[in-house]
Design a binder for this molecule. Structure first.
Ligand SMILES: Cc1cc2nc3c(=O)[nH]c(=O)nc-3n(C[C@H](O)[C@H](O)[C@H](O)COP(=O)(O)OP(=O)(O)OC[C@H]3O[C@@H](n4cnc5c(N)ncnc54)[C@H](O)[C@@H]3O)c2cc1C
Ligand code: FES
Length: 356
């Protein structure tokens, strides 16, 4: 992943409380896989905020896009939905994430997408990336009403052209429909069993991608496990930090010394000068590298602190660390030495970290 400064190409209003931001990358090469996300930094009322947003565009699109839904009381989402049209440049760190549609999977397997609300965003990127010749993807998507359904027109058009087999549930009391694929009310386990059994040719050969509100995601997972889908074919992306079971971290009760290289700004006579610094810091027993760096006044950006967002990534150039949770890095990132500082603990005295 890398840091970018992108400008606004255009902003599109999707629903009353959702927008899509299309970025102009100034034709600089940027690659990602459907399902991945970016981290965006904004300063709102003097506070530096970083939030993750999945790409809703497909990788071959000229202008990468994200789709943001307002969260009640949320700082960044409200700022973006209300003010994105006035923002011309964006600080981006990308791409992140291991919730991805692999090319070989898209080529042979039936794809089943299970969404709710803004969870459609990474799934829409996947949907548009699927080769039109493969088996028609099944989409199961819960919302309040068609008007509040993100990408409603595009999904309807895909159905008309035989590129998508969608099943919707609408929870609004006013919603009525005679269409067999539009259910009034919430999805239930029985309903999900029935749709998936009828619409998926070989249950255990399909791949299932789930993203949406936590309660709905749990229902989808329960349904798939109830249908004996192999767990390795069920892929999930949470938009809120995932509660992890209490991991007992074994560090032999000893502190470790770690070398950190980083950049630091110095201000003199109204000028900023940036220096590359190297420090030897003590990481206490059972202390994460992120906490140790903060304690030693080494500035590292972080957001979720539980391995979901990827904001705190750094390069380990030497030594051994143990990373307890990781929902942000893929195998290639890890093989390149990238770690999440909030989840990493030094295991020997050789550890060298580069934030530069
Ligand atoms: C990998 C990843 C991908 C994401 N992709 C998208 C995307 O494509 N589109 C999108 O709109 N959002 C996405 N999100 C969520 C996004 O990062 C923010 O969390 C969301 O915009 C809310 O931020 P906020 O600053 O407005 O709310 P905050 O000020 O951080 O939070 C306000 C309150 O809302 C709760 N909250 C935070 N996020 C959510 C949420 N998603 N749903 C319900 N309650 C929430 C918090 O617990 C808190 O109580 C993604 C998150 C992750 C981790
Ligand atoms: S702060 Fe989110 S992964 Fe470390």
């Amino acid at each position: 992943m890398k840091k970018y400064m992108w400008s606004t190409h255009k902003i599109v209003k999707e629903t009353e409380d959702t927008i899509t931001i299309y970025f102009d990358t100034a034709q600089k090469t940027f690659t990602y896989v459907p399902g991945q996300y970016l981290n965006m930094k904004c300063v709102i009322n003097g506070e530096v905020l970083i939030r993750s947003y999945s790409f809703s565009s497909k990788p071959s699109d000229e202008f990468p896009s994200i789709t943001v839904k307002r969260v009640s009381g949320g700082k960044m989402s409200n700022h973006l939905v209300d003010h994105a049209v006035y923002i011309s440049s964006w600080e981006i760190d990308a791409p992140f994430g291991n919730f991805v549609l692999e090319k070989q999977v898209a080529a042979y397997a039936q794809i089943v997408l299970l969404a709710g609300g803004s969870g459609i965003s990474p799934l829409f990127s996947m949907l548009k990336s699927i080769n039109k010749n493969t088996k028609i993807p099944l989409l199961i998507y819960g919302n309040k009403s068609p008007e509040e359904t993100i990408f409603w027109n595009e999904l309807e058009a895909m159905q008309v052209y035989g590129q998508l087999n969608p099943y919707y549930s609408f929870t609004s009391d006013e919603f009525v429909s005679s269409r067999i694929n539009q259910i009034a009310g919430r999805f239930s386990l029985l309903l999900l069993y029935s749709i998936i059994r009828k619409q998926v040719a070989v249950l255990e050969e399909a791949h299932y991608y789930i993203c949406g509100p936590v309660g709905l995601m749990k229902l989808y997972q329960e349904a798939l496990l109830g249908l004996n889908i192999p767990p390795e074919q069920i892929h999930t992306e949470y938009f809120v930090p995932i509660p992890e079971e209490n991991l007992v971290f074994e560090n032999h009760g000893k502190s470790k010394d770690v070398i950190v290289t980083y950049f630091q700004d110095h201000y003199s006579n109204n000028e900023v000068q940036t220096y590359e610094c190297t420090s030897l810091i003590e990481v206490k027993a059972n202390q994460s590298l992120l906490d140790a760096m903060n304690e030693n006044h080494i500035k590292v950006l972080s957001s979720c602190k539980n391995g979901t967002c990827g904001t705190c990534w750094a390069l380990k150039t030497d030594g051994k660390v143990r990373m307890v949770n990781n929902h942000a890095l893929n195998e290639q990132n890890i093989s390149e030495g990238i770690i999440l500082l909030c989840q990493s603990y030094p295991m020997d005295e050789e550890v060298v970290i580069s934030l530069s």
